[in-house]
Ligand binder design. Sequence first.
Ligand code: PLP
Length: 433
Amino acid sequence: NFVKTHIALKPPVYGVKNDANKKEFAKEFVNSQQNSKVKEWDSSFYLADLGQVVRNLQLWTKHMPKIRPYYAMKCNPSQPVVQLLASLGVGFDCASKFEIETALKCGVKPEDILFAVPCKMSSHIEYACQTGVQVMTVDNADELHKIKRIHPTGKLLLRLNVKYCGNGIKMGDKFGVTMSEARELILLCKELELDLIGVCFHPGSGSNSFETIRDSLQRCRELYDFAKLIGNDFKIVDIGGGFVCGDNFIKISKQVNATIDRLFPPETGLTVIAEPGRFFVENAFAFVTSVHGKAIRGDSAKYYIGSGVFAAFCLKYFEKFIRIPESLSRQADKCKCYASTVYGPTGAGDDIVLCDSMLPEAQIDDWWLFDNMGAYSPLLSLGFNGYMVTKAGFFISQDTWNEIADKLNPNSPLFEQYQQLEKTDEEIISNDM
Ligand code: PLP
């Protein structure tokens, strides 16, 4: 049995079925559309299994029990995810006033929020101050003076630069200080009487590598020693995000734990935290879209789908992996294959989702599912040329729900929605944005 905990953003209708996974759920919907002449929902939507988010958190807690995760909301700020993680005790890395607002609305306490962007707009710092968000990251003297003026009681984490990003998206020179700059800023904090509570770094999204963490932790230890000499006892080291949910995670977590035990034994009094984003959500979301245009020329095919690089697939240019669609409408082994290029719906020539990949032939109005679309794909986008994605559906299995229900904060908005569903025990379709 599956229950829906929350449906947001003008969803299509989803059935509640046994042993449903994302694909089963999507198929159910697609089949319900089969007989209509013009498809009621001929665009695109996201479909999320919140149970997968729970399993990802369980994996994290099992392998890095001492490192509290602060979920990087920039990765996927959808409210059901935020509510779920909040009520399971996760903290939040917010990058803007909007994200702080969303987190607070979802029941996150200000003390569980990090304002983790080193260059912040003054009005956003002011908002953090007014709402009781204390911890912020910094990497330059001007930011320190700004904070001294607007939020003088804030608690600061000094962001270090990262040279190597593993397999991930490069941070480049945008953020972070060198070691000599770090020492100068530690001294400046003391002079300005600002509360510098530790250091942080971020290896780059999707980094999935230990080298950067090892090198950065070593530098954190050197700065810990330097700060101690001038009477500033650091309390926190924040190792950022970049974790990917897969086999490599277990190997990396062992290396991270061992390095932390060696560099920061209990007598240092230091707490280590992290800012994972992708790790929690990437594999929990699928993107479902229909093929609305098609042209076969010899051995190759062109397809046109509901969203492209200006919306759902915007990260195609930064990420290194390719997503292949699965057909929800026909069996792949019964179709002829073509070297296929898949285009987004806009008029832009480079709106290309997938180039020259062998795909089984699809027909007009077929539905495709792209899996692993939960990270950095804009869930709600205004789109270019008027092609918008405004729909998302969320579900969780009854078993997973039962497993976590007593751990959830009874005041969580998520819990209220579940209770509502239990009362009505029927499909709820909401048009709320
Ligand atoms: N922390 C910071 C400062 C980031 O910029 C990001 C994303 O780039 C993250 C955490 C999350 O990274 P990921 O989603 O790879 O875990």
